[in-house]
Ligand binder design. Structure first.
Ligand code: PMP
Length: 365
């Protein structure tokens, strides 16, 4: 026998995907567009160019891309440890925080284990959980678009291995306060890893969300998830990290796909941390725009919860949502639409934001 064709007729079965994969919802990426008139407000990216120091670091590292990166990312982990006041043993990096989250879920969950998270929240949560053969347990947001921590605590069973808390929550922008998370941690078994996903933490108003590092120090079953993709402007390079108890962080490093964080990403992340003040000035400008937009939208008659991310969330009835999406499409403004729930719009430069405000003015109640 020299080829499949000799043994397999046209009716022969083809390879099949695992059931968990065949049933997966597809990740819906933020829509892309090209052209000067397109405003890309669907993916919560930074609208700024990368920090100049990051571009320089990448240019310098580019000449060595024939080599594998440092698999242990020692220099980056040590720089992060210094930045956060932890040890490098407590830091694990990955290709975006979504990559680190996959390491967390595959590292902790066996088939049939449960992962509890709020819904709506980050689209990738149920996908990563199902991919691992685990069971997503979605707990509806409360009527202020925030996490219903009481319901989340009540959903914990002896199969629960991980709880995901997203603060500020994507897509609603609502943070979870420090005190509420602390009270929650007191009710959750210490064997359950509580991951605080802080992808947008740099944009949150001071004191609105948790002091996650303080919680981590007090509760060793807390893990923190952060990214360079948003405020630091490195979405295209793919680098994020977790802070967790040394044994967990070590497990995450072992779970990682080898060499998944490129040397370019590692160098750019270090340079970006070194340029922290420049990043903060950009974040301040986005927050100012967020306040300006929210005030105008409220004056137009839209009802919003205050957002602490670099985006605004408009919950709408389905017919209005569909009309808004069509109008945004026609205007060349890419936003993220969530069927049945609403629309999320990234806050960007003042000119793009003005386009959003003008469009929404025409559809306000
Ligand atoms: N967590 C949240 C809440 C997010 O919104 C995102 C990106 N949309 C991520 C994690 C992952 O981002 P990245 O993989 O680029 O770090």
């Amino acid at each position: 026998m020299t080829s499949n064709q000799l043994v397999a007729g046209p009716e022969a079965a083809l390879p099949t995907l695992r059931g968990a994969v065949a049933g997966l919802p597809s990740y819906v990426p933020g829509r892309r567009g090209a052209g000067v008139d397109v405003a890309a407000l669907a993916s919560n990216e930074s609208h700024y160019d990368p920090l100049p120091a990051a571009v320089t670091a990448v240019a310098e590292a580019a000449g060595r891309m024939n080599r594998y990166p440092d698999m242990a990312a020692v220099e980056l982990r040590e720089r992060l440890a210094r930045h956060l006041g932890v040890s490098a043993a407590e830091v694990a990096v990955g290709p975006g925080s979504v990559g680190v989250l996959q390491q967390i879920i595959t590292g902790l969950c066996d088939a049939g284990d449960e992962v509890v998270f709020a819904w709506r929240s980050f689209e990738a949560y149920p996908i990563l959980v199902e991919l691992a053969g685990a069971r997503p347990v979605r707990i509806q947001l409360d009527d202020t678009e925030g996490h219903d921590l009481e319901a989340m605590a009540a959903a914990v069973t002896d199969r629960t291995r991980v709880i995901l808390l997203c603060t500020p929550n994507n897509p609603t922008g609502v943070p979870i306060s420090h005190d509420r998370i602390e009270a929650f941690l007191q009710t959750v078994p210490s064997s359950v890893l509580v991951v605080i996903d802080e992808a947008y933490v740099e944009y949150a108003d001071a004191g609105s969300g948790p002091d996650s590092l303080a919680l981590y120090r007090r509760y060793p079953n807390v893990g923190i998830l952060r990214t360079f993709s948003k405020a630091y402007g490195l979405a295209g390079l793919r680098v994020g990290y977790a802070v967790a108890a040394p044994a967990i962080a070590e497990g995450l490093r072992r779970t990682a796909l080898p060499f998944s964080v490129s040397a370019l990403a590692q160098k750019a992340a270090i340079a970006s941390l070194d340029a922290g003040e420049e990043m903060e000035a950009r974040v301040a400008a986005v927050k100012q725009e967020r306040v300006r937009m929210a005030a105008q939208l409220e004056a137009q008659g839209w009802k919003l919860q205050p957002s602490h991310g670099n985006f605004l969330w408009i919950r709408t009835a389905e017919d209005l949502r569909a009309r808004l999406v069509d109008a945004f499409d026609a205007a060349g403004i890419l936003v993220r639409a969530y069927q049945g729930d609403g629309v999320r719009i990234t806050v960007a430069d003042p000119a793009s934001n003005d386009r959003v405000l003008r469009l929404l003015a025409a559809h306000a109640a």
